[in-house]
Design a binder for this molecule. Structure first.
Ligand code: ADP
Length: 256
């Protein structure tokens, strides 16, 4: 479903964000990418939908090269990829429903979406998505009236309304408290299991990664230094990923 072929990314200032990454993520997996701040997690995740351009290699989505895609083809590939951000990326002054409907924009003409004319099917999709993350009753509230956890659920609903087959979540719980963190991670996991949506999440908490992932990918200085099931991700593995003994580290104190 997602395939990295010898992918490298060098930023214009010479920083190497990714170094010859080879990786295949299959449909329905729940992959957590872990590593220190600056390791390259975000670069890796954002390369998948080309929020970051790679400088070498190729990335395939469902067998099609997103690296080579242009125009309409690129839009079609991107339509299948939902993105969840740490800061939710909602239009704060719009209603929850409008934010979720914005997930449908790629299916319609620009004029139609500027005018806010969404067909009944889109409304149904949006309401169903809100129901799936248990905040249907907030549909007509302004996005900024919601708590952080609720806003993150709105962004998950937006990805669902979009019809995403892949969800990329870049530190989705970094600005949430421990209880809300658990709720949002549970939502992501449930959607992954119920709808078979391939999910790739960046997290820096080891405990959370272990609790939710089916597969953990460890990245250090742009290199993949571990890739395997949670059962094989021992303390020694994490010490290697983080380049030091985690026992003394706050990261072990995770959010669970
Ligand atoms: P992480 O998500 O693991 O914290 P990033 O992918 O954001 O790491 O960053 C990987 C490396 O690339 C870091 O050294 C970071 O400083 C560098 N980097 C990230 N974005 C840019 C940029 N726009 N320009 C230059 N260097 C960058």
């Amino acid at each position: 479903m997602i395939e990295f072929k010898s992918v490298s990314k060098v930023y214009p200032n010479g920083t190497r964000g990714l170094n010859n990454v080879n990786l295949t993520i299959h449909k329905g997996e729940f992959v957590v990418i872990v590593g220190l701040s600056g390791a390259g997690k975000s670069t890796l995740l954002r390369s998948i939908n080309r929020l970051h351009e790679i400088t070498e290699g190729e990335i395939l989505i469902d067998g099609k090269s997103i690296t080579a895609a242009k125009g309409k083809e690129l839009r079609y590939i991107r339509r299948n990829i939902g993105m969840i951000f740490q800061n939710f990326n909602l239009v704060k002054r719009s209603t929850v429903l409008r934010n979720v409907l914005s997930g449908r924009v790629a299916y319609h003409s620009t004029l139609r979406t500027i005018l806010g004319l969404f067909p009944k099917e889109d409304m149904d999709l949006a309401m169903d998505a809100l129901e799936r993350v248990n905040i249907k009753e907030k549909a007509y509230s302004r996005a900024d009236e919601l708590s952080g956890g609720q806003q993150q659920r709105v962004s998950i609903a937006r990805a669902l309304a979009q019809g995403a087959k892949i969800i990329l979540a870049d530190e989705p719980v970094a600005s949430l408290d421990p209880l809300t963190t658990k709720q949002v991670m549970n939502d992501l996991k449930r959607i992954n299991q119920e709808l078979g949506i391939t999910t790739v999440v960046n997290l820096h908490f080891v405990d959370l990664a272990k609790a939710y992932a089916t597969r953990i990918i460890g990245i250090r200085a742009g290199n993949i230094v571990f890739d395997g099931p949670v059962s094989e991700a021992t303390d020694d593995v994490f010490a290697d990923i983080y380049g030091r003994n985690l026992k003394d580290d706050e990261l072990l104190g995770g959010a669970l």
